[in-house]
Design a protein around this ligand. Sequence first.
Ligand code: ZN
Length: 161
Amino acid sequence: MQISEQKVVTMNYEVVDSQGQLIDRSEEGGPLAYIHGTGQLIPGLETALEGRGKGDKVAVDVAPEQGYGKRDEEGVQTVTRNQFDDSVEIKVDMQFEAQDDDEGHQIVTVVAVDGENITLDTNHPLAGKALHFEVEILEVRDASAEELSHGHVHGPGGHDH
Ligand code: ZN
């Protein structure tokens, strides 16, 4: 069975940046499962997996435009400390999820702390980065009607309910 829309794909993956620095790999959390064609993966990776099958090993270079997007310098903003809960100690490189107007949540990174002023970067941490993926496809199957209606995979690598 080949990967196409509405197939559930289970895979191991490893992703490094252009310097070969490891960013993420699936092994710790077990294989990743997703429904193909639903935008759960970044576009460059999803496109590269189209038509592949079980047992295939795929190496993919993904440019920022096909990955997490380019960096937007307007996404760097300075706010004052009183916008944060007093109990939270704000440090450089801290990351947290903030509510976003359209997409639900986004990762925000603290890039500078200067007295009462805190500089935040709302760009995705991987924005502007060229990524290299090594993927091993473990399984390809049809998504169930229930999975399609929920928009996510059930069972190993997916939701357990
Ligand atoms: Zn579900």
